[in-house]
Design a protein around this ligand. Structure first.
Ligand code: NAD
Length: 592
């Protein structure tokens, strides 16, 4: 029989503590909430009032249930109030000496059977436990922010946690409607260990002015379907908390990628802690508000009115998935498109592919037959480069091989009219190599569409050191006209999305390789704890392990970051021909 925890203490009523208290009280648990002073309690209580009011307004809770929920919570400023509780969940700031002191005092106050749980995101539960006389009854109980919404709870057991305690805490978490995953005591556990390297990387990109905060966040939302971009998420988490988590991870891993970006420290020192203080990477209309207000860093609309070039006729080179998708996007929007292939048969087959895709849209009721016919009438197949002579914009989407792309750009340089914008949709090669193959490098830009181009809204507009300002402005304007979300970045391996995504996927493979958690647990943790649309192994199998390995190698070779070196397990799977869904086997077996 599992043990019931009917009365639970929550220590620290901040971002997490208040949310945890709400989760508990809403499921009928009696809560004793403790914060250092009356101000802390008032803040926590305000949070609870606000959050439960919102639940009532949203129809998720009745007014009577809200009143009953709030009535289950009592407040105190001394840990002595926790003498009779069955379980304590600690959520004080992420500092080991603070947590150690709280647990030592709790040990003195609480009965010998009281179970102690820490909501720490990264600190060692083992180290916290040894400050009590009951390390066997100490676990990690890591909720995710916002606790009332996110279902994942990481239950962390140490080498001395009693098995019954783990069983009881797991049953308790399930009773709260959560999805617990049991893991060992390692800095960052599953989700943060994989998430924070990515968040830190985004801060470094922002710090080096590689991209704006808006573009970094839009890239991950529209390129990967993440619910929030990394900088907005850091504001939600709290920059001080994020710093401590990274610092702890760095001290355990000595991985430079976990060393907190210097900007984080500066912002914390200046009091910019994120939403809780009303300002972090973004400015909010008040402390604890999710509403972003414009500030000095907000892009001005004038950027979109910058001088640009007229584009009516577009050339697309290639016959693959990306090329045909891009042809469709332009033709549907009303541009005249020349589709250039290496042979007439290939060109006709590519036009047929576009027709098939448009037919599908018609049969699904998403496109009128007349619009399909008009779009197709705008597409002209071609074999000669000279047929691109009067295009205003040419987008190249041929094989991802530098020699092939360079030859295309040499040919374009010969035939295209002066002032034509020449774009490559490469996802990993340097755009400047394409530019250097021409005598007009100022006209060359990267236009990195995502697959499927008809669906994915993101386009990375890549500016090389040679690209002219009006070419960048033209690329941006055309993307907006196509209904896409253009983000602007420099010409570095992986641009924004792949540079942020693949090191994280690689870290997941390394975690699996280290036998810390199973692929299922890791996928679940990222989906349920961070609301990502797919877990890392699901995504790797979809993208293809060979493609993923190639991107990781490119990143590693450009940045020479030891942490970017592809995980041996990935190399082995590729070598064994297990490339993911396309071969029926990757991290998972799809052949059954
Ligand atoms: P926070 O700064 O928002 O809140 C901390 C609260 O603890 C404040 O109300 C503070 O007054 C109170 N406090 C400080 N010293 C105390 C003491 N001695 N006794 C009682 N209360 C005390 O921090 P947070 O973001 O809620 O983080 C709390 C814990 O939860 C940390 O361990 C953090 O790593 C973890 N966590 C945070 C997140 C997140 O997204 N913020 C997610 C999961 C876990």
């Amino acid at each position: 029989m599992t043990r019931q925890f009917n009365t639970v203490g929550v220590v620290g009523l901040g971002t997490m503590g208040a949310g945890v208290a709400e989760v508990l009280a809403r499921t009928g648990v009696t809560v004793v909430a403790v914060d250092v002073d009356e101000a802390g309690l008032a803040r926590g209580r305000g949070h609870l009032d606000h959050s439960t009011d919102r639940a009532v307004a949203g129809g998720k809770l009745s007014a009577a249930e809200r009143d009953a929920t709030l009535a289950r919570i009592s407040y105190a400023t001394s840990l002595d109030a926790l003498a009779g509780v069955d379980l304590v969940i600690e959520a004080v700031p992420e500092r080991i000496e603070l947590k150690a002191a709280v647990f030592a005092e709790l040990d003195r106050i609480c009965g010998p059977d009281t179970v102690f749980a820490s909501n720490t995101s990264s600190l060692s539960i083992t180290e916290i436990g040894v400050h009590t006389g009951r390390p066997g009854k100490v676990v990690g109980l890591h909720f995710f922010n916002p606790a009332p919404v996110l279902k994942l709870v990481e239950v962390v057991r140490t080498v001395v946690t009693e098995p019954d305690v783990v069983t009881d805490v797991v049953a308790f978490a399930e009773g709260l409607g959560k999805t617990p995953v049991v893991i060992g005591d390692r800095a960052g556990f599953i989700a943060n260990a994989l998430l924070f390297g990515y968040l830190n990387h985004a801060v470094r990109m922002y710090e080096s002015r590689y991209a704006t905060r808006e573009d970094l966040d839009a890239a991950m939302r529209y390129g990967c379907g993440y619910p929030m971009g990394p900088l907005a998420l850091l504001d939600l988490i709290g920059l001080d908390t994020a710093y401590e988590i990274l610092d702890t991870m760095y001290h355990q891993s000595r991985n430079r990628l976990h060393a907190p970006a210097p900007l984080l420290k500066q912002m914390i020192t200046a009091g910019l802690l994120g939403r809780k203080s009303g300002r972090g990477f973004y400015t909010y209309d008040g402390p604890d508000s999710p509403v972003v207000v414009p500030d000095v860093h907000t892009p001005v609309a004038a950027a979109d009115a910058a001088p640009s070039r007229e584009v009516q006729r577009v050339g697309v080179i290639g016959t693959g998935t990306m090329a045909t998708g891009i042809v469709e996007v332009f033709a549907k929007r009303g541009y005249d498109v020349v589709l250039r292939a290496r042979s007439a048969e290939k060109a006709d087959a590519a036009v047929a592919k576009v027709r098939k895709s448009l037919d599908k849209a018609v049969s699904r009721g998403k496109l009128a037959e007349a619009d399909r016919d008009a779009a197709l009438a705008r597409v002209t197949p071609a074999v000669e480069f000279s047929d691109l002579a009067d295009c205003d914009l040419v987008v190249e989407a041929v094989a991802e091989e530098l020699s092939v792309k360079k030859a295309v750009f040499e040919a374009l340089d010969e035939v295209c009219k002066p002032g034509a914008v020449l774009a490559t949709t490469t996802s990993s090669l340097p755009v400047i190599e394409c530019a250097a193959a021409t005598a007009r490098p100022g006209d060359v830009v990267g236009l990195h569409f995502f697959n499927p181009a008809q669906v994915m809204k993101l386009v990375e507009v890549v500016e090389t050191i040679s690209t002219s300002a009006d070419v960048v402005a033209t690329a941006r304007r055309v993307c907006l006209d196509l209904g896409k979300v253009p983000v602007h970045c420099g010409d570095r391996a992986g641009f924004i999305v792949n540079a942020l995504l693949f090191p994280y996927l690689n870290d997941a493979v390394k975690m699996l390789e280290a036998h810390y958690a199973s692929a299922d647990d890791i996928d679940n943790a990222m989906k349920v704890g961070c609301s990502l649309p797919m877990g890392p192994f699901e995504l790797l199998d979809v993208v293809g392990l060979d493609v993923s390995l190639a991107i990781e190698r490119t990143l590693y070779l450009e940045f020479r970051e030891a942490g970017f070196a592809p995980a041996p397990l990935l190399e082995h799977l590729v070598k064994a021909g297990r490339l993911g869904r396309k071969t029926g086997k990757g991290f998972r077996d799809y052949s059954a």
